[in-house]
Design a binder for this molecule. Structure first.
Ligand code: CMC
Length: 393
């Protein structure tokens, strides 16, 4: 076997063959099943896109109607899941709540028949249908309110905003939210999708697959960056403070949130669409105080760091869109998960069709033949005090 060069973060190493999505990071192209993201954002809906990703072709009208109907039917949560959520601390992060609830679905739907298309379909429908209800329910319950039941007369995006805000959304807000879901639905082998694939390759249940992916998406270098962008814009505070803030980041080698990407070396095409969605919302509902700061930051970062390929990624403008839709900042990443579950499920299904368990190798850097020292003869490690401090927290 040839010994491969070690690439930290597996940069540039193909982890699988896939026909689900494609990114050209130099030209700023993203396609789902060969269709450009701009086309899907303009003409499609999120559920149509989810169907395309998971089953490989755009649904006929009849197929889409059936799929939407099944999803409406499965939106409700079992009361035991709601009871479980009541025990979660209000201060807990909604991503942790979502991960726990996604995993809990495996307790209720424990039959595992990975070679049965009806089982696959039921799992897809349940996960797409129930994740939004979980996020909205946690939001209401942590404020001490009962969750709002889903409404069968509302489509996927409108129903989520209704469950969250307890009122029917404006049609533009619902349409913009639906496009946001489409934009976040899939993105080749990113960290959370890789996590989903590794979990799927053990032939565990799809709820464990999605739960592992939700946990991975939560980190600030991945989906969690959309929250950090808003914190950063608040910290910058004004257009005049953009240059001093950036100087500080560059001097301290701090990453600027919402910028940079392993694959894109130009502005992420999703960021361009999200920026235009934000502008549509500002036109109808009023401007966001931080939009000018964001524009100036994009200008200055592109100027200073563009030579390294550092441009806005999907997380840079999504937060400004969600803020205008009245969504609290710590729900931004759970919303990313509601959308990305379509991609995770597409990769789950693709993984099952040609499965081989993931079992990479390593380059061992440790020692060999060390003696076993009896416990009474061992010295404290130099950093023992530091470790103890961490553990007691
Ligand atoms: N701000 C300033 N410099 C940056 C940034 C940034 N946001 N991102 C990368 N760089 C620089 C980095 O300092 C390094 O410079 P040098 O070669 O001089 O040391 C170079 O660009 C390569 O950076 P890297 O960290 O090796 O790149 P990576 O491919 O490992 O990381 C990334 C990609 C997305 C984790 C990184 O760009 C980052 O941390 N960005 C900020 C967090 C963020 O916005 N994440 C969302 C990613 S997109 C959506 C998603 O995945 O959820």
């Amino acid at each position: 076997m040839t010994v491969c060069e070690y690439k930290p973060g597996l940069e540039g190493i193909p982890a699988k063959q896939s026909s689900i999505s494609f990114v050209d990071g130099h030209q700023g192209i993203l396609e789902y099943r060969g269709i450009q993201i701009e086309e899907l954002a303009k003409h499609g809906s999120f559920l149509e896109t989810a169907y395309l990703l998971i089953w490989g072709t755009l649904p006929s009208q009849e197929e889409l109607t059936d799929f939407e109907r099944e999803i409406r039917y499965h939106r409700r949560l079992k009361y035991r899941i709601r009871d479980m959520m009541k025990c979660f601390p209000e201060s807990g992060h909604p991503m942790d709540a979502l991960q726990a609830c996604a995993a809990a679905l495996g307790l209720f739907y424990s039959r595992r028949a990975l070679d049965d298309p009806a089982y696959i379909r039921a799992a897809v429908v349940r996960l797409l249908a129930k994740l939004p209800t979980m996020v909205a329910a946690f939001q209401l319950m942590r404020k001490g309110n009962d969750p709002v039941q889903p409404r069968d007369d509302l489509d996927y995006a409108a129903n989520f905003l209704y469950m969250l805000n307890e009122r029917e959304p404006d049609p533009l807000a619902a349409r913009v939210f639906d496009v946001c879901l489409t934009l976040h639905a899939e993105h080749t082998i990113n960290a959370s999708t890789f996590s989903a694939m590794v979990t799927a390759s053990t032939l565990t249940d799809p709820y464990a697959v999605v739960a592992s992916a939700v946990g991975t998406l939560a980190g600030p270098l991945h989906g969690g960056a959309n929250e950090e962008v808003i914190t950063m814009l608040e910290e910058i505070g004004s257009v005049d403070n953009v240059v001093p803030y950036l100087d500080g980041c560059i001097a301290q080698k701090t990453k600027i949130m919402g910028f940079g990407h392993r694959v894109y070396k130009v502005k992420d095409p999703r960021a361009t669409i999200l920026q235009s969605l934000a502008e549509q919302l500002f036109e109808k509902f009023g401007a966001d105080e931080y939009y000018d700061v964001a524009l100036e930051l994009e200008r200055v970062v592109s100027d200073r760091l563009g030579h390294k390929g550092i441009y806005p990624n999907v997380d840079f403008y999504s937060g400004l869109v969600y803020r205008k839709l009245g969504i609290p900042t710590d729900l931004f990443t759970p919303i990313f998960a509601i959308a990305r579950v379509a991609g995770w499920l597409a990769h789950w299904k693709e993984q099952l069709s040609e499965n081989r368990i993931f079992r990479p190798t390593q380059i061992y850097t440790g020692t060999h033949g060390e003696p076993y020292i009896p416990i009474g003869e061992r010295q404290n490690a130099d950093d023992q005090d530091q470790l103890t401090g961490l553990i007691t927290e």
